[in-house]
Design a protein around this ligand. Structure first.
Ligand code: TTP
Ligand code: MN
Ligand code: MN
Ligand code: MN
Length: 373
């Protein structure tokens, strides 16, 4: 399958490289390094380098074949000096000393560990590190640490929610959510978004978008869904955010991934018997509980924002970033999860489907599975 890297338009349409062994595949190996460098830059609050490494990682991920020399990557976009240096190290020594140094760094290790807890961001992680804390156990036993509700849930379900969610598990959750939503509102529209809509085999959570055919009817919908999940005894944790949506605001490109729709970040209890192919099987050897905790995100935009929300929440993050950059740089348009604003015409362009949005942008439609940038 072809990989299309459109340098002219800033958008890189990339395909996932599946089933390649990391060590035997130089671009992927460097891709992993670039991800670690991005993460390390993020911990150091170096936003520019962080984005540059993420972009480099994304381009490398899309290369379909082996790279045996630096010349082979000449002309490819987004591969800066730092990334090339890593690649050169790997080509010469079979390893990158720069990346190995980062991997061994005490601060990097601690921040990576702490931010792996649901509800813990780089700021909190840094605070704990500065207090001399290094392990999760130390955090739990340190008397002066106040965990918020989200972090307490993060620790409580740590082993479950740090385990990848499989496609079968996502499907089982889809059935539960669908039944719950349609029990409350039979005419509600429900869509799977996030990584699983992009065809990924595994994810860190399962994302859903729901809306009502009539504007305004979606108000209060999530609260009902949450209540119903609680009644079924499967709601382990819920962080609800009401809508702060303001129609009069122009799309903002500084928003990054945030939007103003009502949403909730959940932890649900999934019975192993509900997962296809796992009936009678144990999810985890030595674990006979018969259930696991799974992270689920629900978002409920008003119907006129549905297509934009679907595009935004389908991701990937990098694909969304590329698309917004393209809209702004090449089309003088502002795109976010709510709307598409044409700065030249000074109006918002309406869309009921993702196809409409790509058409407004003058782009060929990109299938969800091609958005794994
Ligand atoms: P994620 O669930 O974080 O990521 P993912 O589904 O692509 O991958 P994973 O397997 O790790 O779950 O977010 C899904 C998409 O939603 C992502 O492209 C970014 C977008 N998003 C928003 O638009 N707004 C938000 O507030 C959040 C949290 C995510
Ligand atoms: Mn997800
Ligand atoms: Mn994620
Ligand atoms: Mn999510």
């Amino acid at each position: 399958r072809p990989v299309r890297v459109e340098t002219r338009h800033c958008i890189q349409v990339r395909e996932p490289v599946v089933r390649v062994s990391v060590c035997g595949h130089l671009p992927l190996c460097v891709c992993v390094c670039a991800c670690e460098l991005a993460e390390s830059s993020e911990f150091n609050e170096s936003k520019g380098p962080c984005l540059a490494f993420r972009q480099a990682a994304s381009v490398l991920k899309s290369l379909p074949s082996a790279v045996h020399c630096l010349e082979a990557i000449q002309g490819l976009p987004c591969l800066g000096e730092n990334t090339k240096a890593v690649m050169e190290e790997i080509l010469t020594f079979g390893r990158s000393f720069k990346v190995e140094e980062i991997r061994c760094d005490e601060r990097y290790q601690a921040l990576k560990l702490f931010t792996s807890v649901f509800g813990v961001g780089p700021k909190t992680a840094e605070k704990w590190y500065r207090r001399g804390l290094r392990s999760l156990q130390e955090i739990l036993t340190e008397p002066n640490i106040q965990l918020n509700r989200m972090q307490r849930a993060g620790f409580l379900y740590y082993s479950d929610i740090s385990k990848a969610v499989s496609k079968a598990e996502a499907k089982a959750l889809g059935c539960i959510i669908e039944e719950t939503v349609h029990w409350i509102a039979p005419d509600a529209t429900l869509a799977l978004t996030g990584g699983f809509r992009r065809g990924k085999e595994y994810g860190h959570d399962v994302d859903f978008l729901l809306t009502m055919p009539e504007m305004g009817k979606e108000e209060g919908l999530l609260l009902h869904v949450i209540d119903r999940l609680k009644d079924q005894g499967i709601l382990l944790y819920c962080e609800y955010q009401g809508s702060t949506f303001d129609v009069s605001k122009l799309p903002s490109c500084r928003f990054e991934d945030m939007d103003c729709f009502q949403k909730c970040f959940l932890i649900l209890r999934l019975e192993q018997g509900q997962v296809e192919g796992e009936r009678g099987l144990q999810m985890d050897p030595g674990d006979s509980r018969g259930w696991r905790a799974v992270r689920v995100d629900l978002v409920a935009p008003p119907v006129d924002c549905y297509a934009f929300a679907l595009l935004g929440w389908t991701g990937s993050r990098q694909f969304g970033r590329d698309l917004r950059t393209f809209a702004q740089k090449e089309r003088q348009m502002l795109l976010d999860n709510h709307a598409l604003y044409d700065k030249t015409k000074k109006l918002c362009l309406l869309a009921t489907t993702e196809e409409d949005i790509f058409a407004h942008l003058g782009l060929e439609y990109v299938e969800p599975w091609q958005r794994n940038a």
